[in-house]
Write a protein that binds this ligand. Structure first.
Ligand SMILES: N[C@H](CCC[C@H](N)C(=O)O)C(=O)O
Length: 275
């Protein structure tokens, strides 16, 4: 039986959204996800995202997240903005009202500002190594020998694992080499999304992310959150930061430990389809 889907993106990080509200608890086959994610022989996407009935009674809906390689994830920042926009267009949630949605790593709160803009309370960044997870004692920054050079990075969980490397120029070819090596490094037992941050100003960062399970993407919402959180924690960025990714800019606001981190940005519809 053909299945309907909606193709969406958050500043170029692209998704297939499937409505499984009548179909709770499906666990999609990794090989099937890989086939659909293929940009030549499938639909093509960075992540598959399902909309399902909430398991947590305090939440309105649950959303599942799978990378292009079929691996699951605990959070997707650009994706949850698209889920909110999808539910708003469907009439399932209202505009300008905080709505709790349940991710695999726990609840977040979304608010649809207008058809194409969503703000999200992403919860508090978690720097505890065991929660990232990261195989190391807790430090402000970590240093690894990678590809014959010392690489320093910050590490944080936004519900999924992130490493954050500060560089002088995100266009440096060294970045292309280090991304996959760090994503797969054993210090991250579940892999990691690796962001390379160029500090343009105290309130403006340039960012490229090599995503676990999907590779280089045009944007990574949790990656923007992680970059802003690590930069703020290291005293390199203020509380309100514009994060410029290849696909566009996100606004991140974080007032430090004990506070939620807010992410605001676009969500766009591309097309509907059946597969
Ligand atoms: N690749 C990520 C999931 C998608 C994150 C990204 N697309 C975002 O917008 O946060 C992981 O395996 O944790």
């Amino acid at each position: 039986m053909p299945a309907r889907f909606t193709k969406m993106h958050g500043i170029g990080n692209d998704f297939v959204i499937v409505d499984w509200r009548e179909d709770a608890g499906r666990v999609p086959n990794a090989a099937r996800i890989q086939a659909l994610a293929d940009r030549h022989t499938g639909i093509g996407f960075d992540q598959l995202i399902s909309i399902e009935p909430a398991r947590d009674p305090s939440c309105e809906f649950y959303y599942g997240i799978w990378n292009a390689d079929g691996s699951p994830s605990g959070q997707c920042g650009n994706g949850v903005r698209c889920v909110a926009a999808w539910l708003y267009r469907d009439g399932a949630i209202a505009r300008d009202v905080p709505v709790r949605l349940e991710s695999p790593s726990g609840p977040v709160v979304v608010r649809v500002l207008d058809e194409g803009t969503v703000t999200v309370d992403m919860g508090e960044p978690d720097f505890t190594p065991a929660h990232i997870p990261l195989e190391h004692a807790a430090h402000a920054t970590y240093t690894l020998q990678v590809d014959g050079e010392d690489v320093s990075f910050g590490a944080v969980s936004m519900g999924n694992p992130h490493g954050v490397v500060f560089v002088d120029d995100v266009a440096d070819p060294r970045v292309d080499r280090l991304g996959p090596l760090l994503t797969a490094h054993p210090i991250f037992p579940q892999g990691a999304n690796i962001g390379f941050v160029q500090r343009v100003a105290v309130d403006r960062l340039k960012l490229r992310v090599h995503e676990r399970g999907s590779g280089w993407t045009r944007a990574c919402g949790t990656g923007a959150c992680a970059a802003a959180a690590v930069a703020h924690a290291l005293g390199l960025a203020t509380t309100d930061v514009a994060v410029e990714l290849p696909g566009g800019t996100l606004t991140i606001s974080w007032h430090g430990p004990g506070h939620s981190l807010w992410m605001t940005g676009p969500a766009a519809f591309a097309f509907e389809g059946e597969v």
